[in-house]
Design a protein around this ligand. Structure first.
Ligand code: HEC
Length: 196
């Protein structure tokens, strides 16, 4: 009788030991997995410092340069030949870059973004077109109108996407009106003679 009790007791102890071992090794396994995951995610993290600009942001920067070149002279009362060539070069550049954006950075599930990119292209094309009849009456006004039309496509798209550029674009010029701040009425494409 006594002997079998001892045996039973030993069995119970053995079973407990086994259980504890299993529990310990499960725990050790979990710790190992967690360490691996953590190490992996640290390795994935980019080194801190300058944020890399996206390809699209770089193109936007180029568009911006051309746009600003035109905007800068848009208040003149008369354009010199040199001014006209600045406008022609800048609008050709924006036409090219808008095409790149449309083909390389489409967002098929955002119709407004797609439309506004096309509109930017159309307005830049119109601006280029104006420079081809720079000697006609009203060409100056047409060019200035196109600057505003173009500017509105930038502002509307950035607003649509919640992109706020102005602090970085216009440092220290907070008090002035900035592109896109004033509402521009839609053009009346009435076909009225240019110089009425
Ligand atoms: C259809 C949408 C759309 C239109 C139109 C548009 N943009 Fe943008 N713009 C963007 C998006 C999207 C970004 C953000 C790109 C990023 O950070 O990856 C951006 C960013 C920018 C930036 C910041 C780039 C940087 O260095 O971070 C500038 C400057 C800019 N746009 C200028 C312009 C100008 C000027 C026009 C008009 C002539 C214009 N954009 C028209 C969508 C648009």
């Amino acid at each position: 009788m006594d002997e079998s009790r001892v045996m039973n007791r030993l069995k119970v102890l053995h079973r407990r030991r086994l259980k504890r071992l299993t529990r310990n090794s499960i725990f050790a396994g979990l710790v190992a997995v967690i360490c691996l995951v953590a190490a992996h995610s640290f390795a994935e993290e980019k080194p801190k410092g300058e944020k890399e600009k996206s390809e699209l942001a770089k193109i936007m920067g180029e568009i911006d340069k051309s746009y600003k070149a035109v905007e800068q002279i848009s208040g003149y009362y008369k354009y010199s030949d040199n001014d006209w060539s600045v406008i022609a070069e800048a609008s050709a550049n924006i036409v090219h870059l808008a095409k790149v954006v449309i083909s390389k950075f489409p967002r098929p599930d955002d119709k407004k973004y797609q439309d506004l990119n096309k509109l930017m292209l159309i307005e830049a094309e119109k601006m280029l077109e104006v420079t081809s009849h720079k000697n006609e009456r009203g060409a100056l006004e047409d060019a200035q109108w196109q600057v505003r039309r173009l500017r509105q496509t930038c502002a509307v798209c950035h607003k649509h996407l919640g992109i706020h550029l102005y602090p970085q674009l216009y440092p220290g010029k907070k008090d002035e009106l900035q592109p896109g701040q004033e509402e521009i009425p839609a053009p009346k494409e009435t076909g009225a003679p240019k110089d009425w």
